[in-house]
Ligand binder design. Structure first.
Ligand code: SAM
Length: 374
């Protein structure tokens, strides 16, 4: 599956479960035909528009792919990494094209195109949410937050895996964290804590830095890369909130591809690399990121900058029309001769009910592929 959170065409109706369509609640309606050319797309990032690239303008200087030999790593497929939530987050319920989530003290309703089923909980529970993403949820529409109970500030404190950060009502329905990634973050935390040396972790497309903070708190030396100054600012705010300023994190505002090309030239090495690229993105100087064009080279370079004792290369992909096999086979081809195994599948979040402990339906959020040395 794919994280369709980036944008969803044509959702303009529906209230709480079973409610009649209302203007101010996102829901289901026939998708509008896509315009012939889409100048800008909301991305699953920090709420800024990301222009869909037309040509490889301002692309980072590239290099050819390395021809790999040797055996492909063993494979483990399909692997479904499931989370019932953790810390201050769980998915309460979903249905009718919406999801109801708990983020600390707040219940939040947001669009979720994959929730084709009916909701479990009655509509009064949904209607009682503290925040509802409403308004124009067209593909390139901004949308807005509605706070039916009382006006809320832009941010509020949250905790995941022992790390403090700020939830944030951003444009394009995002809340400053993508908690479905928590299974990868928990895995990474275990690796860092179990290692008898400070691991070097590279977090590409790192957004508000929650994964970087989790890694640093566990004892890693972290390099965090994101193209958005705003997102890096929020990440630093999160670091300050958790009084983690002294932890070794390099915050780098740069095009991810440009950064890793330079790291490769310098001979830098990392023990764990997380990469969570959007379908389209832009570097700070207009560099174009186009997943289907650039992912093979990105994975190729990531392999080159893995240390000889590397513990993992973790790739997630959302909002793309592809099977997990597509990134799985790319990973296996790229990791030829490296040994270990490639495990791939989907990240899913299971509904956990109002109490956060009652398992319900599974909501798929992304594809992933991860190389591990064993
Ligand atoms: C969905 S977010 C990643 C979420 C993050 N992995 C997490 O779980 O918190 C995508 C991020 O990619 C960044 N981005 C987009 N294009 C980029 C590029 N060319 N280079 C670096 N970062 C980029 C955006 O600024 C955004 O923060």
């Amino acid at each position: 599956m794919v994280k369709h959170r980036e944008s969803r065409p044509g959702q303009k109706t529906a209230g709480g479960p079973g409610a009649k369509p209302r203007r101010d609640m996102p829901g289901k309606s026939p998708a509008k035909p896509a315009p012939a050319s889409r100048p800008a797309k909301p991305s699953r990032d920090h709420g800024e528009r990301v222009a869909e690239p037309r040509a490889a303008a301002a692309a980072a200087p590239e290099r050819p792919l390395i021809v790999r030999s040797g055996e492909r790593p063993a494979e483990r497929v399909p692997v479904i990494l499931e989370s019932l939530g953790a810390g201050d987050f769980h998915l309460i319920d979903s249905g009718n094209g919406l999801k109801l989530e708990q983020y600390g003290p707040y219940r939040i309703v947001r669009p979720e195109a994959q929730a084709l089923w009916p909701p479990t909980l009655p509509s009064h529970v949904w209607d009682n949410a503290e925040a509802i993403f409403t308004g124009d949820t067209d593909e390139d529409g901004m949308g807005r937050w509605r706070f039916p109970r009382e006006a809320l500030g832009e941010t509020w404190p949250l905790q995941l895996l022992g790390v403090d950060f700020l939830g944030r009502f951003t444009a394009f329905r995002h809340v400053g964290v993508f908690p479905e990634q928590i299974v990868h973050w928990a895995w990474m935390k275990e690796q860092v804590e179990a290692a008898k040396r400070p691991l070097k972790v590279l977090n590409l497309f790192g957004y508000t830095g929650v994964a970087s903070l989790v890694a640093a708190a566990a004892g890693a030396e972290v390099t965090h890369v994101d193209a958005s100054k705003k997102a890096i600012g929020w990440a630093r705010e999160n670091q300050a909130l958790g009084r983690m300023e002294k932890l070794p994190i390099r915050w780098i505002c740069e095009d991810a591809m440009k950064f890793i090309l330079r790291e490769e030239r310098r001979g830098s090495k990392y023990d764990i690399i997380l990469t969570d690229p959007p379908k389209f993105g832009r570097g700070p100087n207009g560099e174009v990121w186009h997943l289907f064009e650039h992912l093979p080279l990105m994975v190729d370079i990531c392999r080159e900058i893995l240390s000889p004792k590397a513990l993992g290369l973790v790739l997630t992909a959302y909002s793309i029309r592809a099977s997990f096999y597509s990134i799985h086979e790319l990973m296996r081809e790229t990791m030829r001769g490296a040994g270990g195994a490639v495990e791939s599948g989907e990240l899913v979040i299971r509904e956990a009910g109002l109490d956060g402990r009652t398992p319900g339906r599974a909501l798929s959020t992304s594809l992933f592929s991860r190389w591990v040395p064993k």
